[in-house]
Design a protein around this ligand. Structure first.
Ligand code: AMO
Length: 428
């Protein structure tokens, strides 16, 4: 192994007792007792104790916690209650020194507020709770990809620098692009729809951008979206795909991420039943019964969603929204032009995903664009694909960061994003 490391800490087993091993990692703690030092060493796989005796202690002089060392020694049994084995040091090499004091306490003994932790994010990653959130995120991505591939979806990557808006004109970041104005993509909407004409079922997991001046625990200027689009599927079919996907994520992580759940302090509970499907009209009735004054066609305010979330905690689909609340690409029900074939996936009050059946008739699509004050000429590149044999299709987009908060059991998406971007935060 590079830099003399022969084992990761998790590789230490009883078979190695009496044998030599070289470990490499960060000094988490140093306790001197007379001529002996008890050093705890952490690598990404775990933590162990190192016993340093005699002259070798000179190597540790002036060494601060969180410095990087490699230690060659003999693996032995330990009396320490927190460890199974320890290493009796024979050689120590200091590879990099850490300053003292550090901007945050990476062990988490002293709580640091989220802003300080985000300002020192790399160091925060040595806090086992934080590291476990990102290990969990890695497993969530693996599970999503596995289930989507099993369902015959093909992974695509669409451009993030675009020439015209994908979701209408609002909330767009613009940038100077060789003398022209370009925008950061708000979603892969138009591209993923176009891809159904050749690949039929596609998915993308990428970052997208919203210039929303929102200061909440669930909005970011840059967020990770999981998107699918599928030919010959209706909105109820893609809801089934989404439900299976979320269920699999919960199952996979609850079984495979035991250590992470322990470090995070939250047990992942697989939803016990299939997701309830409630129509927008039912929710309007429920809200009116609860004393709110709301009419069919009104958008649901945050306060409304909080009430709905209290009545329906956990996952549920909110379906059949009024057409007037939906983007131009959403298709109406055949039996009622005012109701859309659309849905949101909610987790209590939190919107995790939205999607629906798309319009695939270019003439209706053009008139919807005009109805919403958008110029069909601006969508020429997109509309041309509709003359090349566009199949009926449906899809959805899900906020990965929001999904992560449901697994971790926290409210703030900033906890589950490495370097969050919001109206107040552009660095580091
Ligand atoms: P929508 O705009 O509802 O739909 O976005 C889909 C999902 O993305 C997440 N999301 C966000 N997460 C964090 N910060 C934000 N600012 C943010 N904005 C959105 C939410 C949301 O439910 N093209 C459609 C999807 C489709 O129909 O396929 C779309 O983008 O979890």
């Amino acid at each position: 192994m590079a830099f003399g490391r022969t084992h990761n800490i998790e590789d230490l087993t009883s078979e190695l007792i009496g044998q030599s091993a070289t470990l490499g990692g960060w000094v988490e703690d140093l306790r001197k007792l007379g001529k002996m030092t008890f050093l705890t060493l952490r690598d990404v796989t775990g933590i162990t104790q190192v016993i340093v005796k005699g002259d070798l202690n000179e190597k540790l002089e002036g060494l601060n916690r969180q410095s990087v060392i490699s230690v060659k020694g003999i693996v032995q049994d330990t009396k320490a209650k927190d460890f199974e084995f320890e290493l009796k040091a024979e050689e120590i090499q200091v590879l990099a020194k850490a300053i003292h004091p550090l901007p945050i306490d990476p062990i988490g003994r002293l709580e640091s507020n989220i802003d300080n932790r985000l300002n020192s994010r790399a160091l925060d990653m040595r806090n086992q709770k934080t590291a476990s959130i990102f290990k969990l995120r890695h497993h969530v991505l693996a599970s999503l990809r596995k289930t989507l591939v099993e369902n015959k979806f093909i992974e695509i990557t669409t451009p993030k620098i675009i020439g015209s808006a994908s979701e209408g004109g609002a909330n767009l970041f613009s940038l100077e692009y060789f003398g022209r104005t370009a925008y950061l993509a708000q979603s892969p909407q138009l591209y993923k729809e176009q891809m159904t004409i050749g690949l039929e079922r596609v998915f993308e997991i990428s970052n997208f951008y919203r210039a929303e001046n929102s200061h909440t625990g669930r909005h970011l200027s840059e967020f990770t979206s999981v998107d699918i689009e599928a030919a010959f599927m209706d909105y109820t079919d893609v809801m089934d795909v989404l439900e299976e996907l979320v269920m699999q994520v919960f199952k996979y992580t609850s079984e495979n991420c035991k250590k992470e759940q322990e470090a995070i302090g939250n047990e992942i509970k697989v939803p016990s039943s299939s997701f309830e499907r409630i129509t927008y009209a039912q929710v309007v009735d429920e809200l009116n019964s609860a004393g709110e004054k709301i009419e069919f066609g009104d958008d649901l305010l945050d306060s409304h969603l909080r009430l709905v979330g209290e009545k329906h905690p956990g996952f549920f689909f909110l379906t059949d929204w009024p057409m007037k609340l939906k983007p131009f690409y959403i298709r109406a029900k055949d039996e009622d032009e005012t109701i859309s074939r659309s849905f949101d996936l909610q987790y209590g009050y939190l919107e995790l995903s939205s999607g629906g059946t798309r319009l695939h008739d270019p003439e209706i699509l053009k008139s919807r664009l005009k109805e919403q004050g958008l110029d069909p000429a601006q969508f020429g590149d997109h509309l041309q694909a509709f003359d090349w044999g566009m199949p009926p299709h449906s899809g959805w987009g899900m906020g990965l960061d929001r999904l992560m908060t449901t697994l971790v059991g926290i409210d703030n998406v900033r906890e589950v994003v490495l370097y969050p971007r919001d109206p107040d935060r552009l660095t580091p």
